[in-house]
Design a protein around this ligand. Structure first.
Ligand SMILES: Cc1cc2nc3c(=O)[nH]c(=O)nc-3n(C[C@H](O)[C@H](O)[C@H](O)COP(=O)(O)O)c2cc1C
Length: 184
């Protein structure tokens, strides 16, 4: 096995880069404050009741807003929403992130980004601290399907790109029409 050793942060990041994920924007709303960040550490915990877990870095500006409201929204991004992923992953102050971004408010008051593949609104039912992250389990109070188009995918620290004819090219790959790569 190549690279067979105890993990350090860099090696672990490279390993997890082999795990392709979708990309979401997790939002929170409290009083007049909106906050949100790009998240791919998201999983479906259970179907009964429908529930999601998100893992958020402790120092994210979104965390205090989410904790104050006890709720969060999830917008599952489409392939053509890469700019939104970049915007919500930036260090812009929370209000700036929403500037000129079309969104609608869900029943729990959270901002749900227009044009997404779908949305979930969750009430926080469990919170746990691990290392430099906080894990929030939310029961899905409301959900909706959005556009039925390609998802935004994150892989090897990059985004998949649309290459036409409904095809996506993964970062680090040679494209759907390329001949097979030689063995390494
Ligand atoms: C594709 C992608 C996925 C990310 N996933 C997470 C995640 O799961 N949890 C997290 O805390 N940060 C994640 N981030 C980083 C946050 O989006 C970033 O730290 C953001 O600036 C935090 O925003 P805030 O401080 O306004 O809340 C991700 C970034 C990218 C580009």
């Amino acid at each position: 096995m190549a690279d067979d050793r105890a993990p350090d942060g860099t090696g672990f990041r490279r390993l997890m880069g082999r795990w392709a994920t979708g990309v979401s924007v997790v939002t929170a709303h409290h009083g007049t404050a909106d906050a949100g960040l790009t998240v791919n550490a998201l999983l479906s915990v259970a179907l009964q009741p429908p529930s999601l877990l998100v893992s958020l870095t402790r120092d994210a500006d979104t965390v205090p807003v989410l904790e104050a409201s006890g709720a969060f929204g999830v917008s599952f991004l489409a392939a053509d929403q890469r700019q939104l992923s970049e915007r919500f992953a930036s260090t812009l102050p929370p209000p700036e992130k929403f500037r000129d971004v079309p969104f609608h408010r869900g029943a729990l008051g959270v901002a749900l980004l227009d044009g997404a593949l779908g949305w979930a609104e969750c009430r926080v039912v469990a919170r746990t601290e691990r290392y430099d992250h906080l894990l929030f389990v939310g029961e899905v109070a409301r959900q909706a399907l959005g556009r039925d188009v390609d998802p935004l995918l994150f892989y090897r620290s990059g985004y998949a790109e649309a290459v036409g004819n409904g095809r996506l090219r993964l970062p680090g790959s040679r494209g759907p029409d390329a001949p097979p790569a030689p063995p390494r």
